[in-house]
Design a protein around this ligand. Structure first.
Ligand SMILES: [Zn+2]
Length: 97
């Protein structure tokens, strides 16, 4: 059984390289030789397309995110529940009398 050599050989080491550097690839700052490979490789083209779509979806979701209006107050309260300045809290109360 012999398969014709596909245009996109999944064993092409450049495919693995593209996959490893997918975040870089999405930003479009890949080395030229990998750029050229993506242009010629349907697998990598598809991989990059899906990754770009996913990245856009995440970015869109982040745009919609609004934290609760009391978020800052609650974070500050969690950090310093007593609302006391840390330097004062460090000071131990005098013992005895
Ligand atoms: Zn490829």
């Amino acid at each position: 059984m012999s398969q014709p050599r596909a245009a996109a050989d999944p064993r092409d080491p450049r495919c693995a390289e593209v996959a490893e550097q997918l975040a870089v690839a999405i930003d479009g700052v890949l080395p030229a030789r990998l750029d050229a490979h993506i242009d010629a490789c349907p697998l990598c083209t598809e991989l990059l397309r899906e990754a770009t779509l996913l990245g856009d979806a995440i970015r869109d979701a982040a745009d919609d995110y609004r934290h609760a209006s009391d978020f800052e107050a609650r974070v500050l309260a969690a950090i310093d529940p007593d609302g006391v300045e840390p330097t004062r809290r460090m000071r131990r109360p005098a013992r005895g009398a």
